[in-house]
Design a binder for this molecule. Sequence first.
Ligand code: NAP
Ligand code: ZN
Length: 352
Amino acid sequence: MNSSKAYSAATEKSPLASTTIPRRDPGEHDVQIEILFCGICHSDLHSVRNEWSEFMPTVYPIVPGHEIVGRVTKVGSAVTKYKPGDRVGVGCLVDSDRTCPNCQAGLENFCPNLTLTFNSPDKHLGGVTYGGYSDSIVVDERFVLSVPSNLDLAGAAPLLCAGITTYSPMRHWGVTKGKKVGVVGLGGLGHMGVKFARALGAHVVVFTTSPHKTEDALRLGAHEVVVSRDANAMQKHAGSFDFILDAVSAEHDVNAYINLLRLDGNLTLVGAPAKPLAVSAFSLIMGRRNLSGSNIGGLPETQEMLNFCGEHNITSDVEVIPIQKVNEAYERLLKSDVKYRFAIDLASLKSE
Ligand code: NAP
Ligand code: ZN
């Protein structure tokens, strides 16, 4: 067994602090990775603070982080896809049952027995899995992704969650040239949603509660920006959207956006506020509108998304921070003060 430097939280009220965690020796199908960057997803914060206690209670200590990129340092004897030195990524999943219909279809993200990168039972070491706020990780090669060589590694890290979570529903619901697409919430997920919708050829409208993000939204690829607190500006778009991606992390009025859908339009929730959202039947029935959800993506589609990013030169706009600033970053995340994803430089763990 190896040990790895990491940052963990001991309780839902504790800050993240330096610790040491065990990592297994690589088995025959395993890849050992030196983690170089890890994005900070709002899901990390929800989990550290046990905000999803009803659905997935947090086991402490927790080491979050599921937007991992790094270099392969060692591979097991049966590994065929990777060799030491390769640039790789690990997202939200590190295992699944591999036999259920969803796994067979490459939709491991919907496997009933999936192992999340952190806070899932660890089949190898007991306890729970530990995520990417650490300097190394060992993962079965099936759950390791290849990062295109032209992509900046810090900017590529958020693709592993924010990227696939926004790419997958857009592909599923047919976002293409000529479609009018809304993105609600210009945070980590939202800014990736804007980049993908634009790259897929759609007409893109950002809805934000932060007027100061207008210029950035346009720079990121939006054709139009609506400050969602402006009722008149909202009304101008009533009944016009083919697809809306809702990436808001907190309680909000989802009906205000459902009302903007055209006949048969679709609003997909990817944001995961802890409390249920109230949905007006009238918003849905007046226009045969659809409300759906989506959770990250399967392994084949995650690789497809990374390759798409390689071809289109798409990365996340990141603010790189040392791990010692992680608690401050969480407070800024709560104030929607991030442009547009924090990426932890794990070299900073060396001084711990
Ligand atoms: P984030 O970077 O914090 O962005 C969230 C954005 O939501 C903020 O920047 C803000 O955008 C908007 N917002 C925040 N509070 C709001 C409020 N009270 N009312 C209206 N808008 C508000 O978070 P993220 O990492 O992108 O994650 C977003 C959500 O998706 C989280 O709940 C996360 O857990 C979830 N998630 C889901 C999946 C999945 O697979 N489904 C994967 C990853 C994350 P503006 O300033 O533009 O208004
Ligand atoms: Zn995430």
